[in-house]
Ligand binder design. Structure first.
Ligand SMILES: C[S@@+](CC[C@H](N)C(=O)[O-])C[C@H]1O[C@@H](n2cnc3c(N)ncnc32)[C@H](O)[C@@H]1O
Length: 276
């Protein structure tokens, strides 16, 4: 299917469908993106034209999920941007450990294929090795959630190969936290055991997740409208324990979207803390 095979009307209808279902806002001229991501699905479902696809979307919930899955951008890497992981080991865990000796709950709110959640677990492991006895090894729980079923399947499998295992990961950490099986590298149990994943659309309720000490909501708000950013940040604030922390992506900030957090400066970056 060529990009010009999508009429303006169908493109507008598709943008509305995607924003209503996932919050993702597509720009004015992204027909080529839609075409490149959906051509395979259309072939599999023997849909000849984009108009037929738009009609089928109305009555086929499996197709709707496949499309949302295909339209998400799942770019991620180990220890992405470094800072959010250093701050966990150097500031947040040392601060939380004395006051929460039994349970520290961390949410990776758009976890993609799992690198963020497992990197947090690796940092926890390094903190425990450096501070033996300060926390029990199963005290930290990390929850990864995402809207996309296919990235969650990959995260749960905890097995990576090629570029997916090398980006951001030092050979030293790879040999300590993974075991090699043929071409693949599998995360070891001591890192895997404190991480779990579940499907969650950030547009829906977070009530079932309980409250968190730290929320990582990184590189996902950028895809949403101003109204949805405000709504998500207000519900993220409610999902935090008193004085809990929020970590956003390097190009994201709460400015203009929320006044419920204080800015916390540490080294050359910032995170946010729920106001008392
Ligand atoms: C660019 S990745 C970010 C991954 C990771 N947080 C990082 O910074 O490396 C964005 C993720 O957000 C997910 N996403 C997009 N819309 C979502 C929504 N409405 N609810 C939950 N996750 C969503 C996508 O499936 C994708 O895996």
């Amino acid at each position: 299917m060529a990009a010009d095979a999508i009429t303006i009307q169908d493109y507008q209808a598709f943008r509305s469908f995607l924003e209503d279902a996932s919050g993702i806002v597509l720009g004015d001229n992204k027909q080529y993106l839609v075409t490149s991501r959906l051509t395979r699905i259309m072939e599999e479902h023997e849909l000849d034209t984009f108009s037929t696809l738009m009609k089928r979307i109305q009555r086929d919930s499996t197709l709707r999920r496949r499309i949302m899955d295909a339209m998400t951008t799942n770019e991620t890497s180990w220890f992405r941007d470094v800072y959010p992981f250093d701050i966990l080991k150097e500031k947040l865990l040392p601060e939380l450990a004395p006051s929460r000796p039994r349970q520290i709950r961390i949410w990776s709110a758009a976890s993609s294929t799992g690198q963020e959640a497992y990197s947090l677990s690796m940092m926890t492991q390094e903190y425990l090795a450096r501070n033996p006895g300060s926390l029990s090894s199963d005290c930290v729980q990390i929850f990864g959630t995402d809207i996309s079923p296919s990235v969650l399947a990959c995260a749960r499998a905890a097995s990576y190969e090629g570029v997916a295992v090398s980006r951001g990961l030092s050979p030293e950490r790879r040999s300590r936290f993974f075991k090699q099986k043929g071409e693949s590298w599998e995360i070891v149990d001591e890192i895997k055991k404190r991480v779990s994943f579940r499907e969650l659309n950030l547009m829906k309720s977070y009530a079932a997740l309980g409250k968190f000490d730290i929320i990582y909501c990184r590189n996902v708000l950028i895809y949403f409208s101003t109204e949805l950013k405000r709504d998500i940040l207000s519900r993220v604030a409610k999902a935090l324990k008193p004085e809990g922390y929020l970590v956003l992506g390097g190009s994201e900030s709460i400015t203009n979207y929320s006044s419920e957090f204080d800015l916390v400066r540490w080294r050359n970056g910032v995170i946010y803390q729920l106001k008392p």
